[in-house]
Design a protein around this ligand. Structure first.
Ligand code: 8IG
Length: 274
């Protein structure tokens, strides 16, 4: 097992992302991609519906990518050709902040996507819902986020504007496909434990509607790289204390499995419209 180059603190993460993009071009035979899509839990079936898979590459063949930490997170990178000619890079290999490898490893896939030419980053996740009318299995748009990790992918005095981070333009396009899509503010907790009911009440009090363990740090890095961001959460469970029953990872997986065909079809149609 060779060391991950991102773990060398003197290395330039953008140079490593450039090397990873070169690996992707070589391994897929596709020089540039237009849209990148990170598949979170529950969204795995979307890739097949987006278009024709041109190439599938194990993430371990790409510079800087780590092995997936969690079963159900497929460690592959796919190049897809959509019917309208759009090249979609599908990232099925997310590194979570709670794995403890630091933000550089977390956002490497986003920086790599930008280096392949992608101008739009679609981030999907499975998450808990605070809004009590939401049902497990329901997809919602991310309208904004609150980063509760206390960390950042930005290094040094890198002041980046995050107004309209989750682009209204892209959310509006998504709602032309499904006008019933609700939206909310995503709170990224460090995890890996789920929140206490008191933490969920805090998230609610500060303006949150969705609780999760990914996406916010990735969205920041996407904006730094100049990409437009579209975020989707699959509400797999009501957040702790919102529902009377405790959370179980098995239920989360089950809600995702049931919703998968529906939300995957939605996502494919949205991507076609971007
Ligand atoms: I799936 O309830 C999923 N991921 N933080 N809280 C947090 N992350 C989650 C949850 C949840 N459900």
């Amino acid at each position: 097992m060779t060391a991950n180059p991102l773990d060398d603190p003197t290395a330039d993460p953008f140079e490593i992302a450039r090397a990873a993009a070169d690996d992707i071009a070589r391994e897929t035979g596709v020089d540039r991609h237009d849209i990148a899509l990170t598949l979170g839990s529950g969204w795995g079936k979307a890739a097949e519906l987006v278009g024709e898979t041109v190439a599938t590459v194990p993430a371990t063949a790409i510079t800087g990518f780590s092995k997936p930490a969690l079963e159900g997170h497929v460690g592959t990178i796919r190049s897809i050709l959509a019917p309208n000619g759009t090249r979609v890079l599908v990232i099925g290999a997310r590194t979570h902040y709670y794995e403890g490898h630091g933000p550089r490893r977390v956002v490497h896939s986003v920086r790599t996507a930008a280096a392949t030419g992608a101008r739009i980053m679609v981030l999907t996740n499975g998450a808990g819902g605070i809004t009590p009318t939401w049902k497990p299995g329901q997809p919602v748009l991310i309208s904004d986020h609150i980063n509760l990790t206390g960390d950042s992918p930005l290094e040094g005095a890198t002041f980046i504007d995050l107004t309209d981070l989750y682009a209204r333009r892209l959310r509006d396009i998504a709602r032309t496909i499904d006008p019933t899509l609700d939206e909310g503010v995503y709170c990224q907790f460090r995890g890996p434990q789920y929140e206490t009911p008191a933490e969920v009440q805090m998230a609610k009090a500060i303006g949150g509607h969705i609780v999760g363990m990914s996406t916010a740090l990735e969205a920041i890095a996407a904006r730094q790289a100049g990409m437009e961001v579209l975020g989707f959460s699959l509400i797999t469970n009501l957040a702790a204390g919102i529902s009377p029953t405790p959370l179980s990872h098995a239920e989360v997986i089950e809600a995702g499995r049931e919703a998968e065909p529906v939300i995957s079809a939605l996502l494919a149609r949205v991507i076609e419209a971007l």
